[in-house]
Structures are given as structure tokens and as C-alpha cells.
Design a protein. Structure first.
Length: 260
């Protein structure tokens, strides 16, 4: 399989949900949680009975002027030469892009983040996953944020085969700011000719990461009187894919300051 774009940087994806307001807390949270002392936001506690579920929204949310197929020979040549500009909406700046592949290279894919606007927190942002299909690049998954969403950025994504199909999923985190590090985590699962968002959770004061073939969510546990800097304990929840959704298979709580 031909490899392209060897010089492209690691992907940093930036966006919220589909050009609308940021997604509300997933039904996978088990109640209000414990309020963060400084933000007043609730830190959700994941439940084994109802983890975050796939989003019902369409999985190709693009601006009206954005291309969905690239097949012009000149544009294809530019992409093959390492210039992903044709893959972004007109007038957009590409934040970062990355080739996505697995050891067996089942798919040719490019993921990129783009921005239109000059002011931090007041720009339109988006993310697109492209696949090479029948001598053309086709957008198979995308979300777009309106400037009103006030997205600040996204952390470097992680990847791993979370569903056991031999194709790596992408875990992204959209930064909404605040002292609690609020944001939206998504897992995007590609397949040949398509990709689907299979997990979304909006949280504060927690970190979701890929750990081998599963997700881990680490969050503070605040007791009454705890300062925001100093929770009494930390809770780590393991989420595994059961074929339909992520389910919590282990929850470990340890006192703050405990060594691993």
C-alpha cells in the first residue's frame, strides 16, 4: 500500500459537537457527582449500568462550503506530495494532520483539524476523517464547531484498537477551558468507507485515555472541605467495548498521594 504525506505532523484535533452547542453530559454518568470546589461544575462518576453511548447525531457534519470528495488530479497530486490543503474547507487553516494506519494497513486515512477565524475562542473549528476510496479522497466522518461554541483547542489524540477489529480508534478531547479542564472526549471508530462516533462524554476535572485495548477515566474524589487543588482521592474507571457500547469493568479508588 502506498504511503503518503510522510512529513505531516501529529494530529491535534479541535472541535465540539457538530456546529451546535457543546454536548451535554452523556447518559452514562451516574448522577451529579461531586461539585468541583472552584468551578462549581459536577465531576461525573461513570456507572457500570449506563456508560456513555453512541451519539445519535449524523457522523458527517461539515460546513456547507466544505468538500466531501476530492478527485481532481491536481488536488490528488498535491495531497500525495504532502500538502493536505485541498482536504480543508475554503479559507480554513489546517491546525494539524496525520496519516492513520495500522500494522496491516487495511485503510488509507488522513485526519485533520482546521480553523477559520483569527481570535482565540471565537473561531470556527472542525475535524475531518478522510479515506482513499476508488482513486478519490472521501470524507467519512466530521464535526464542526460554530464560533459561538468558544472551543479553545484539543489535546493530542490517542489511538488504539478498542473494538478488536484490527483498525485503530481515535480518542479526541475538545478543550472548553475553565480551571476544571472541562471538555468533551470522543471515540471515533473507522471502517472501510465509513467511521462512527461510538463514545462521547463531557466532563470536568477528569482525564480519559487509551490504555491498550480499553479506555481509562481518572477523576478526583472531593470530600467536603477539599480545595480544588487537593482532592481526597482519585477514582480510575476501566471502560471496555462489549460490541455495542463501552461498559465499566473495573473501578479503583485510591487516596491522593498514593503511589502506583
Amino acid at each position: 500500500m502506498r504511503r503518503i504525506l510522510p512529513a505531516l505532523a501529529l494530529l491535534v484535533l479541535v472541535a465540539c459537537s457538530g456546529g451546535n452547542e457543546p454536548a451535554s453530559p452523556s447518559p452514562g454518568t451516574s448522577g451529579p457527582g461531586t461539585p468541583s470546589p472552584s468551578t462549581g461544575e459536577s465531576t461525573p462518576t461513570l456507572s457500570t449500568s449506563a456508560p456513555p453511548s453512541p451519539s445519535p447525531e449524523p457522523d458527517l457534519q461539515l460546513p456547507g462550503d466544505a468538500p466531501t470528495t476530492i478527485q481532481d488530479p491536481d488536488d490528488l497530486a498535491r495531497i500525495d506530495a504532502g500538502d493536505p490543503t485541498p482536504l480543508a474547507p475554503p479559507g480554513a487553516q489546517i491546525a494539524h494532520s496525520q496519516i492513520l494506519s495500522t500494522p496491516d494497513d487495511p485503510l488509507d486515512q488522513i485526519a485533520l483539524a482546521w480553523e477559520r477565524g483569527e481570535t482565540l475562542g471565537q473561531s470556527e473549528w472542525g475535524f475531518i476523517l478522510w479515506q482513499r476510496i476508488d482513486d478519490a479522497w472521501r470524507a467519512v466522518y466530521a464535526f464542526t464547531d460554530a464560533a459561538e461554541a468558544e472551543v479553545l483547542g484539543i489535546r493530542e489524540p490517542q489511538s488504539g484498537d478498542l473494538t478488536g477489529d484490527g483498525i485503530a480508534e481515535l480518542l479526541t478531547f475538545e478543550n472548553l477551558g475553565g480551571s476544571g479542564g472541562c471538555g468533551i472526549s470522543r471515540v471515533i471508530s473507522p471502517s472501510a468507507g465509513s467511521a462512527t462516533e461510538i463514545y462521547r462524554a463531557r466532563t470536568c476535572d477528569s482525564v480519559t485515555s487509551v490504555a491498550g485495548d480499553h479506555l481509562e477515566v481518572r477523576e478526583p474524589v472531593f470530600e467536603p472541605g477539599d480545595a480544588h487543588c487537593c482532592p481526597s482521592a482519585f477514582r480510575t474507571t476501566t471502560l471496555e467495548w462489549d460490541g455495542e457500547r463501552f461498559v465499566a469493568t473495573e473501578v479503583v479508588e485510591e487516596p491522593a498521594g498514593a503511589t502506583s
